[in-house]
Write a protein that binds this ligand. Structure first.
Ligand code: FEO
Ligand code: CA
Ligand code: CA
Length: 656
């Protein structure tokens, strides 16, 4: 994101902890030890695992020898896992085919000019596919048809790698780049909606249809919900506090049950220059990581609204969840303030059996929190558009985990508990604008970077990827974040009360929790990894980030940061119940420098959409001398983030 900053350093900058609270609900050492024993028992729930003894985690474990035979019989996933590696291109499991559907610079809006990396312009970029594709969601055309072969693909563009993007060296540095380059960056952020279709031969292609649309930093976006119009959201350009230009750092997201897109605003602090401590929002901005000088993005050099000393409220208009209706290309996107303001990784909404909509969301920072929103209104299956607005009224909660594998959702409601004028909260708008500080006061549990959250609609269990937290100290370990210096991350299960699947109560205030796996190398005792015992030296993963659930309820785990452990990022799949629980299998591996985003399926799992983000983002890798030129491998083309379709050769569902 800045001057050839290595990926690891970028991650550190994005994820510096800013939580000053002492929210570490520790219990006694004895309780923790007992709880860890329960974790082991919980993870080893299947008969096969019990027979195999403990989970894998020690070098030379006898189960490694029989891994292949064991894995073949235990997993429902019918593909042979890839071997680890790290090279210039992607790899997919044998029997599958991966093709580029759309890449940075390809046409989105009909009439977009052909991409020329040597002659980029903001006007062209605003019609072309943006940079660093992250969230990918498929929704059928027409709505309600369930058509698996024709639909809309909705894709976020999270950020840019200017050192790989621009031919002019001055444009590759935030402090020297031209205004034209800044405007190209602004147009390369945001979102793309593209119509796609599968032909008789099974090939997917972009259709230059009327739905195709780009949303970027120049797009007008409405602000709705309890914080809309509040004084703290008013600026010189928008005295109403209800209309903002653009959305930034759009990471993960989801398609709602009514066919809209929820897209997150994550590391928005990196775009605001000036000394945040000199503003009336100093406490608020410090908690969100706004700094004292030049931001990573040099936009404030040309646009005053990105300088907090000149426009002190503009940063309060970012850090929200944004809803887009992809079926109406003229509709204005809306920031839904009721879902809170923090570094949203994404949000995933479902319709609870009560009819209320429940949206889960993670705050991706070391030692930050997990949230859920419960709507006041109920879902109307007969009128799609009637549901647009359900996310404006309801109750936001934050998660508090206990070492005994129970958890509680604490409501963030103005006037309740500490959320009063004594602590600087004068309305629900204040609670939402400073969601993190409100959650600190309630005693929420600091987590190991909550990334993507996705409910498993087959089992009713909610999955959260906790990507890593190298800064957790021994004395900060608790049962739900059980490793100090957690460099590899883990996968959390949040279990609402009730029966299976749709019978679970997602509006409940008390859940149980478990851990599906602790990532890392199971042959290195120091990693403290825990998986199914058949997972061995060639199978493990590191830094789970984005997750998807297929229609059979199996979990697909995409990673961001595995290269730090010496292997490519990619996607691993696993059963979550039965004999194959936590038996991870590598399905797709990224080219060097890239992480795997998306991922998602169409409506019958016959295509898997994989977003390869930031290929070639490595120390010393530049436009002129990138570490890979994936996916085109042409000397006149830089590496390009791209969305791939992965299909089974001969057809059929992914994973069997
Ligand atoms: Fe943009 Fe937290 O990944
Ligand atoms: Ca992510
Ligand atoms: Ca990521």
């Amino acid at each position: 994101m800045t001057d050839a900053l290595p990926e690891a350093a970028r991650g550190d900058r994005d994820d510096l902890p800013s939580n000053p609270s002492a929210n570490t609900p520790f219990e006694t050492i004895l309780t923790r030890a007992m709880s860890r024993r329960r974790l082991l028992a919980g993870a080893a729930s299947s008969a096969a695992l019990a027979a195999a003894g403990a989970l894998s985690g020690t070098a030379g474990s006898a189960v490694f020898a029989s891994k292949t035979a064991a894995a073949a019989g235990l997993s429902t996933l019918g593909f042979e896992p890839l071997a680890h590696g790290y090279d210039e291109t992607h790899h997919v499991a044998r029997g599958y085919e991966a093709s580029v559907l759309i890449r940075w610079g390809d046409a989105v809006v009909p009439g977009a000019p052909a991409f020329d990396p040597q002659a980029q312009s903001a006007a062209a970029q605003a019609m072309q596919f943006g940079y660093n594709n992250d969230f990918v969601g498929y929704t059928p055309l027409p709505w309600g048809s369930g058509d698996p072969a024709h639909g809309l693909l909705c894709v976020n563009h999270e950020y840019v790698d200017r050192e790989l993007m621009f031919p002019d060296a001055a444009d590759r540095v935030a402090t020297t780049q031209s205004k034209a380059a800044v405007e190209i960056e602004m147009a390369a952020h945001g979102h793309s909606v593209i119509e796609i279709a599968r032909d008789a031969a099974g090939r997917w292609a972009v259709v230059p249809g009327r739905f195709n649309r780009r949303i970027h930093v120049g797009t007008p976006i409405a602000i709705a919900g309890p914080a809309a119009g509040h004084d703290r959201l008013r600026t010189s350009a928008d005295p109403s506090g209800r209309l903002v230009l653009g959305t930034i750092n759009n990471c993960a997201g989801s398609i709602t049950p009514w066919g809209t897109v929820l897209m997150a605003e994550e590391n928005f602090n990196n775009y605001f220059s000036g000394d945040a401590a000199k503003t009336a929002e100093a406490r608020n901005y410090k908690r969100l990581g706004l700094g004292t000088g030049e931001a990573e993005y040099g936009w404030a050099r040309f646009f005053d609204r990105f300088d907090v000393e000149k426009e002190p409220n503009e940063a309060n208009r970012f850090g929200w969840m944004v809803e887009i209706d992809p079926y109406d290309p003229t509709s204005m996107p809306v920031k839904r303030t009721a879902l809170g303001r923090f570094k949203h990784e994404g949000a995933h909404a479902l319709v609870d059996k009560s009819g209320h909509v429940v949206a889960y969301s993670g705050d991706d920072q070391r030692f930050d929190y997990i949230y859920k929103f419960v709507s006041k209104g109920t879902f109307d299956a007969s009128d799609r558009k009637a549901n647009i607005g359900l996310l404006d009224e309801g109750t936001l909660h934050v998660a508090k985990f206990a070492d005994d594998h129970t958890m509680e959702w604490l409501p963030l409601v103005f006037g309740e508990g500490p959320l009063t004028p004594t602590n600087g909260f004068h309305s629900q708008a204040d609670v939402l604008i400073e969601t993190r500080r409100a959650a600190d006061l309630l005693g929420a549990t600091p987590m190991d970077r909550p990334e993507d959250i996705e409910p498993n609609l087959v089992t009713g269990v909610v999955y959260c990827a906790l990507t890593n937290n190298g800064k957790r100290k021994k004395e900060q370990v608790d049962a739900v974040n059980p490793r100090a210096a957690n460099e590899h991350g883990h996968i959390l299960e949040m279990i609402p009360p009730g029966g299976g699947g749709g019978d679970k109560d997602h509006t409940a205030t008390h859940y149980r929790w478990d851990i599906l796996l602790l990532a890392g190398d199971p042959t290195k005792a120091a990693d403290g990894a825990k998986y199914h015992p058949a997972v061995g030296a060639g199978d493990w993963l590191s830094c789970p980030d984005n997750v998807a659930v297929d229609t059979r309820g199996r979990l697909w785990i995409a990673t961001d940061g595995a290269p730090k452990a010496g292997i490519a990022d990619g996607v691993w799949a696993t059963d979550v119940e039965g004999d194959g629980r936590a038996l991870v299998k590598l399905f797709f591996a990224c080219p060097r420098g890239a992480e795997l985003c998306g991922p998602s399926f169409n409506s019958d799992d016959t295509v898997y959409f994989a977003a390869v983000q930031h290929p070639g983002e490595e120390k010393g890798s530049t436009f002129a001398t990138p570490s890979t030129r994936w996916p085109d491998f042409r000397d006149d083309q830089p590496p390009k983030p791209a969305v791939m379709t992965i299909t089974k050769i001969g057809g059929g569902p992914i994973g069997g």
